[in-house]
Ligand binder design. Sequence first.
Ligand SMILES: [Zn+2]
Length: 492
Amino acid sequence: MLDSIEDKDDPFSDEQPSISLDENGFPKHSEFEDKHPNLVGENSSGSSKDGSFAAEFYRCGTDWSTLSSKEDGKCDSNKKMKQTNLFQMWGIKNRMDFDEENENVTRFGGNLGFHLNGSSSSFDNRVGGLNDSLDVVSSVVEKRKARPCPFYKKIPGTPFTVDAFRYGAIRGCSAYFLTHFHADHYGGLSKGWAHGRIYCTPITARLVRMCLYVNPSFICPLELDVEHQIDGVKVTFLEANHCPGAALIHLNLPDGQCFLHTGDFRACKPMQTYPLLVNKQVDILYLDTTYCNPKYRFPSKEEVISFVVRTTKACLKKQPRTLIIVGAYSIGKESVYIAISEALKVKIHANASRRRILQSFDWPHLSKNLCSDGKDTPLHVLPISSLRHETLKNYLKTYQNQFTSVLAFRPTGWTFSESIGNQLGLIKPNSKGNIQVYGVPYSEHSSFTELQDFVQFLKPKKIIATVNISNAASREKQQSYFRQWLNGRVLE
Ligand SMILES: [Zn+2]
């Protein structure tokens, strides 16, 4: 199946050793190297003197403050390090809690009773408990022994951290930034949060308050495209083209340094017109490298949406009593069902919990198109984890007076197949009886080519990958792509 990519490339599939961590959240090098000599990559041993950014970065990595100044003498070239399974370090035993597109709320949903058992009312009731369950999960995560915050979540030269809520109070941190409302980014936030101010966009702020019950006095919403002064740093949030409320964070430090943190993002041409990014030096780019591999050259969101709408119309022409189902995370993928809704001029049915979240976006065109009774529209949104044949068959039974078949779409970058590439017409549905499920490569993260385009546009001095960094080989591979994109220039 198309999803096999997910397992094939799983960077976390290996059993990870139990090792102690240093004060920055990385394994103590000597202990790790002793136990796992085969896992110590080039950039943490032999080639550490090759002067490449990767070598330098990971050599200096146990002290993040060295990233702000090469002259401060803190970079200890003897201090080799190696990073381990981040999920393990974060105390997440079951990696199925985390979706590979970093949109793990689905998996939380899957674990928290999203599964259907034939009755739409029981389904709605179960999902209605999502907010409570999320809160419980966050509390549990927070109550686990706080682990050290990895250096790459701390912004050098500032008292800021980004998406670092699961480490308890972080010494020296006065402002905790949250890039967007996906659980692998907000994990650790709960109503008991009292470690400091949380900066995020207004949509994310509403979700943090509504779903996690965080004390509003800690939540500081910042509008997009407006420069704010925070602890002497100029901070501007920019649209990240990821999920509603997701932001890139642009930081201008008093010493003139400029950093860009992408959070999760899908790079696109309009970003190359952002005034803060055009012909401006970026000293460090913190980059979402979810699909930083040349095999991920999936089509644009617009192309996928157009395919979904075409397929839906063709199906309805053949079988007018078809129920259209779009799988979605608790937030994300909205454009897919909004496009179908607009093309067919039908409303969108979602359960009460999802409607509440969608209404919080304050998008009038979406809010007015939501409907509470599934019988009133052929377009339904379900958790992406529930798009299984058996589940859909049971779901269809609850609407047997209205619909006779199901056409479902499962939108995620992980459904991308190299053999299909950009030829969406080659995608075949997974069909069983009167249920058809299409996996469509709709991603809210950048494809490899989009990452390349963005990096070549921005020309940052230094790039810190934030995803798939759990092993030296993967980190070095990413750095080699960065070097190629910047015409072989050795990154600082
Ligand atoms: Zn995300």
